[in-house]
Design a protein around this ligand. Sequence first.
Ligand code: AMP
Ligand code: MN
Ligand code: MN
Ligand code: MN
Length: 283
Amino acid sequence: MIDLHCHSHHSDGTDTPERLALLAEAAGLAALCLTDHDTLGGIPDFLAQQSKVKVRLLVGIELSCRFLGRSLHVLGLLVDPADALFQIRLAELRGRREDRNRRLFLRLAELGYPLTREDVQAQADSPLLSRVHVARALAVKGFVRRPQEAFERLIGDEGPAFVPREELSPAEAVRWIREAGGVPVVAHPGRFAGGAFHWDEAMQDLQREGLEGLEGYYGEYRAAEQRYFVELGRRLGMVITGGSDYHGLNKPGIRLGSGRGGLRVPDALLEALEAQQRRGAWN
Ligand code: AMP
Ligand code: MN
Ligand code: MN
Ligand code: MN
C-alpha cells in the first residue's frame, strides 16, 4: 500500500513532515509522497527521515488551476526539490496567495468580521496562510462557532467573503511540473465534478493540455467513484495515482494511507508513475 497525497503543517495540514514519515511507517506503507499546497517547505525535514524509516519518502506538490471557471487541483508528483526555477515559481504563487489573503481580510472586515494577519498567523505553524487558518481564526474570535461554519457562511467558494486567487492555467501547471522533472496529475477529479458531468470530454481536454495522470484512488471516494475514475484513466491511457489527502486534524476522519478506512492504493501504481516520469524526461 502507498499514499501519494498528503499535507503537513507547511500548508494546511497539522502534522510535521517528520510525523508524517513516522505515521506512514507505522501504517506499513511502502511509499508516501508529501504534496503540500504551493510549497516544498516541508521537504527537507521530510527527506531527513529517510534514514530512519523503510517507507520510501517522495516529493510532490499540489497546485490550484483555473478550469471551466472553477478551481481544479493538480498534483506534481516526483518533482525535483533542488530545481531553482521551480522554487522561484512557487514563491511567486505564494505571493499571489498573500495578495488574496490581504483582500480576504479586507472583505471580512467590510462584512463585520475584522481579522488581522497576526490573528490568522497565530493559527498556523508556517508562513503559508490558507483559508483553513482563516476559518480557525474566525472561530477563535467568536465570529463563528466552529471553523467549518466559517466555510459554510463566509469563506467557502460560494460564500460572501470569498476572494478568488489568481490561478494557473492547467497548461502552465503542467509546464512548471514537467520542467521540474515531475508528473502532472489531476487531483481528486470527483471533487471537481461528479454525477452527470461529462468527464470523458473534460479529461481529454486536460490530456491535451498535458495532464498525464489522474487520481483514481482517493481518501474521500466512495467505491463507485473509485471504479469510475480508475476505469476512466485506463480508457484514456493515463497514469492512475492515489492518496488519502490526509490533513491531520484539519480533516477529521481521514487517516494516512487508509483514508476513511477502506482506501488501498496498490504499490504497482508507483512503478507506473516512475516509468511515466522517465518517459517525460526523454521528451
Ligand atoms: P486556500 O488554498 O487558502 O484557498 O484554502 C483552500 C483549503 O481550504 C482547501 O485545501 C481545504 O483544505 C479548505 N477548504 C476549502 N473549502 C472548504 C470547505 N467548504 N469546507 C472545509 N474546508 C474547505
Ligand atoms: Mn488542503
Ligand atoms: Mn486538493
Ligand atoms: Mn490535497
